[in-house]
Design a protein around this ligand. Structure first.
Ligand code: KDG
Ligand code: MG
Length: 408
């Protein structure tokens, strides 16, 4: 049997998603997530204009060969657009292989290493009262881990803080439908550094020591600022501090490590194992934050996580709403199968998205399971998808108080 049809689906049930559909000559369909927040059409074009025709007639079972063909073949390697396109093909082929085997994908990855996948929720609040309310809400839903982001006095709307409410479920989406250009936010690292440790102190006072607390610095600190911050927050025992410095500067984390035992996570903007080479071999991080969708798919992520395992580094796969339910399913199957699982990010998709993508995940007391349907366990309803036209949406641009463009 061979690959007969390759289609790219673009839909926008509240936010944009790009999904690849591969159909084999005997009618088996596989789905892959190709969503790259704010650059969706670039990946759609890469797939439709440069990849689709090269897949027709190939043996769908040759997943490793197809991955290498798409990675090495065109000469131009890596980069988020290329690697999201390769990821979509890879996920769709694994979906097909597992459907043919009549098994959920995690069985082909070695079977379950655990009963469920611990997830963390996004709790945020413009002030501490709202944040406390959000954390309480998540605890009531059964979550045992929360990422906390809060407003900083004097800074207005900032990364990770819901502007629409207390931050419990469905109400935080980083990409904004702001027309032809992104909206802008303002930032001051000094004010943030002085404010945040007190917030963690209050959370520990109010919620005790069991709750796993995570925090995302979103690449905004310089190496020395991050070192100071990681050291200042040691007493509050964070599960991880994420993206404290700009992602492309691997050696920055040497400085942070020299000063602090706060666990570090990085990698949501990475797209290749080579982005991690120094970080892993020098044990500069504790968690790998890549998205399956942006790092070349299941084939590449399995190798990356096996490499990390040798150095005692665990997974913390990226799972915001801009990862489609297909990409989320791919993450959950990996999470369940690998030995060095750490935690999984979970931002539930809105109701419209879950009408377009039918999923078989189940949530129970803070743990997700991908379900036992053959394949990834997610199907795209193309008729429902057609009712949601692509709408431009961008992540905001971040500027310092004096107007200088800063990391977002
Ligand atoms: O597309 C970018 C978002 O997914 C990202 O800003 C979310 O930092 C993020 C996270 O940790 O989920
Ligand atoms: Mg992040």
């Amino acid at each position: 049997m061979t690959i007969e049809l390759v289609d790219v689906n673009i839909t926008s049930p509240g936010r944009n998603f790009v999904t690849l559909k591969i159909t084999t000559s005997d009618g088996i369909v596989g789905w892959g997530d190709a969503t790259l927040n704010g650059r969706e059409l670039a990946v759609a074009s890469y797939l439709a204009d440069h990849v689709a025709s090269t897949l027709i007639g190939r043996d769908e079972d040759r997943i490793e060969d197809t991955w290498q063909y798409l990675y090495r073949g065109p000469y131009w390697r890596r980069g988020p657009v290329t690697m999201a396109a390769i990821a979509a093909v890879d996920m769709a082929l694994w979906d097909i292989k597992a459907k043919k085997a009549g098994m959920p994908l995690y069985q082909l990855l070695g079977g379950a290493s655990r009963e469920g996948v611990r997830v963390y929720a996004h709790a945020s609040g413009t002030d501490y009262a709202a944040l406390k309310n959000a954390i309480t809400g998540y605890e009531e839903l059964g979550y045992t881990a929360v990422r906390v982001q809060t407003g900083v006095p004097g800074l207005g709307q900032i990364y990770g803080v819901s502007s629409t409410g207390p931050g419990v479920r469905y109400d935080y989406e980083p990409a904004k439908r702001s027309g032809d250009r992104p909206s802008e936010e303002r930032w001051d690292t000094r004010t943030y550094l002085n404010h945040m440790p007190g917030v963690f102190a209050k959370i520990r006072e109010d919620f005790g020591t069991d709750l796993r607390i995570l925090h995302d610095g979103h690449h905004r600190m310089s190496p020395i600022e991050a070192a100071r911050f990681a050291k200042d927050i040691e007493p509050y025992d964070l599960f991880w501090l994420e993206d404290c410095t700009p992602g492309e500067d691997q050696s920055a984390l040497r400085l942070v490590r020299q000063h602090s035992t706060t666990p570090l996570a990085i990698g949501e903007v990475f797209n290749s194992v080579f982005d991690y080479q120094t970080l892993i071999t020098e044990r500069l991080i504790d968690y790998v934050r890549s998205a399956v969708t942006h790092t070349g798919g299941i084939t590449a992520m399995k190798k990356l996580l096996d490499f990390a395992a040798i150095y005692g580094i665990r997974s913390g796969i990226h799972g915001p709403t801009d990862i489609s339910p297909v990409g989320m399913a791919a993450a959950l199957h990996l999470d369940l199968a690998i030995h060095n699982f750490g935690i999984q990010e979970y931002m539930p998709h809105n109701a419209e998205t879950l009408e377009v993508f039918q999923t078989s995940f189940t949530f129970d007391k803070g743990f997700l399971h991908p379900g036992d349907q053959p394949g990834l366990g997610v199907e795209l309803d193309e008729t429902a998808a057609a009712g949601h036209e692509y709408t431009k949406a961008y992540l905001p641009v971040n500027r310092l108080l004096d107007g200088t463009v800063h990391d977002w």
